[in-house]
Design a protein around this ligand. Structure first.
Ligand SMILES: Cc1cc2nc3c(=O)[nH]c(=O)nc-3n(C[C@H](O)[C@H](O)[C@H](O)COP(=O)(O)OP(=O)(O)OC[C@H]3O[C@@H](n4cnc5c(N)ncnc54)[C@H](O)[C@@H]3O)c2cc1C
Length: 433
């Protein structure tokens, strides 16, 4: 039996907070309140409705490998739209099918390569069971993912990763750590993509979180102002009033937690996290690609983080998700640009127009833009020195728990998988209390 008196307060109603509340409920822990500073749930799952369609400005894809997230989509009646055709624009200007780009044989990775990769991924969890093994694993995972792949001869997966990592805004392959690469580009994701199992929720990601949160105690417009420890409990002061909880879960960026005194360990993590920047822009364009659902610019992915910083990485033609749409409706695209503080909104827009024009397209209207603080990544030094294990050890100390993108990876898949284990750990603790 759970300790029915224990009240759990979750900060943030993004995928991290809402999925954890749902998983805690599955574990029999129902006394949960979520504090959300905005008037909506979903965080970076931001589906914007225009002309009767949801266009994803944040979270976009769900793969066949999405496990529990796919179950939730089914359970909450959110349909899936399959993205069938993906292309790469190569440096020589030619356009090729993404599957041919990766393998030149119609498959995403040769079976042998994928088998070796699967063994390597599984091997990490085995090797990390001893102290000596852990230190070696930490060092290997701090390497740039691109180097990790090429040194081991994963040439098809390297190409796949340009799309799965860099175009997703996770960083250039010569920079993003292998830790992130392996967490996200799992054998399951590669297999799902090779079978064409890539989807967008037809009604939009936001609808999933809204339906899931409908029966939860969510305090909207309740930005945290201060959290004060009162004995073994926490008094949470928000713009909507105060509430006392027994356990606190932080799903929001640690570097923004100026509303509570972070433990020394949490402060160390906050200091070792680097953020990336991504701009999504929803445009109406003419003369651009129509035969593909998505495409990416190879040149810009190879050099992202270098001279091509701020240029377009990829785009998705959005809007075929619902049958029976008027045939004369305009073509609408979501575009992705990898960026940082040195690229102004104005510059990014000019570059975007030029990049689209290079492919023969013409931007007719800019409907919406979002600039995201994105993909928290531990520094290589922090990974090499064992910070991942320090983060695991932080869980539940003084009844404070941590979730969200910083603790797993910037994807709904990783966050949900992480939360499955976290919910189990929390429920076990509550049973012991
Ligand atoms: C452009 C883009 C494309 C993406 N594509 C994919 C994809 O294809 N597939 C995929 O799986 N994932 C994708 N993601 C990633 C996914 O959206 C994120 O990993 C996920 O939303 C992170 O969830 P989170 O709960 O950690 O944080 P967030 O989504 O950022 O949610 C945090 C919540 O906390 C609230 N909050 C913040 N501070 C406070 C405070 N002080 N008090 C109260 N509330 C607060 C915020 O308002 C927000 O609602 C994409 C993201 C972006 C931006």
């Amino acid at each position: 039996m759970q300790n029915s008196e224990s009240r759990i307060g979750i900060v943030g109603a993004g995928p991290g907070g809402v999925s954890l509340a749902r998983l805690l409920k599955d574990q029999g822990v129902g006394n949960v309140v979520i504090f959300e500073r905005t008037d909506r749930v979903g965080g970076k799952s931001f589906s914007w409705n225009w002309q009767g369609l949801a266009h994803e400005m944040g979270t976009c894809y769900a793969a066949g490998s999405y496990g529990v997230v796919k179950e939730w989509l089914r359970h909450y009646g959110v349909g899936l739209f399959q993205l069938k055709k993906s292309a790469a624009l190569l440096r020589d200007g030619s356009i090729v099918d993404f599957r041919d780009y990766v393998n030149h044989a119609g498959r995403l990775a040769s079976y042998r390569e994928l088998l070796r990769y699967t063994r390597a991924c599984f091997g990490y969890s085995v090797r990390a069971r001893t102290a000596a093994g852990r230190a070696k694993v930490d060092r290997e995972l701090s390497q740039p993912y691109g180097q990790w792949l090429t040194e081991r001869g994963y040439n098809s997966i390297y190409r796949f990763a340009l799309r799965s990592m860099t175009v997703m805004g996770y960083g250039a392959l010569h920079q993003v750590p292998a830790l992130n690469g392996l967490r996200w580009t799992t054998p399951g994701l590669i297999r799902a993509a090779s079978k064409g199992q890539m989807y967008e929720p037809a009604e939009g990601w936001a609808v999933l979180w809204e339906r899931m949160a409908a029966t939860m105690d969510v305090r909207y417009g309740a930005g945290i102002q201060r959290v004060v420890r009162e004995g073994a409990r926490y008094r949470v002061e928000t713009s909507q009033g105060a509430e006392t909880v027994d356990h606190l879960v932080v799903t929001t960026p640690l570097d923004e937690c100026n509303w509570m005194e972070l433990s020394p360990a949490a402060q160390r993590v906050a200091a070792q996290v680097e953020w990336h920047g991504v701009i999504t822009t929803l445009v109406v364009a003419e003369g651009w690609f129509r035969d593909w659902d998505t495409f990416f610019y190879e040149t810009n992915t190879l050099e992202a983080g270098g001279s091509r910083f701020g240029h377009i990485l990829g785009a998705r033609r959005t809007g075929d998700k619902v049958p029976g749409l008027p045939p004369d409706r305009p073509d609408v695209y979501v575009t992705y640009q990898y960026t940082n503080a040195s690229v102004s909104d104005e510059q990014a827009l000019t570059t975007l127009r030029e990049d689209i024009a290079e492919m023969g397209g013409c931007v007719k209207e800019v409907l919406l833009r979002k600039r995201w603080k994105y993909c928290p990544t531990l520094t290589p030094e922090a990974i090499a020195s064992g910070m991942v294990r320090e983060m695991e050890a932080m869980q539940g100390v003084d009844n404070v728990w941590y979730s969200g993108a910083t603790f797993s990876h910037e994807s709904v898949f990783n966050i949900a998988e992480f939360n499955i284990k976290l919910a189990e750990q929390m429920a076990k603790r509550l049973r012991q209390n």
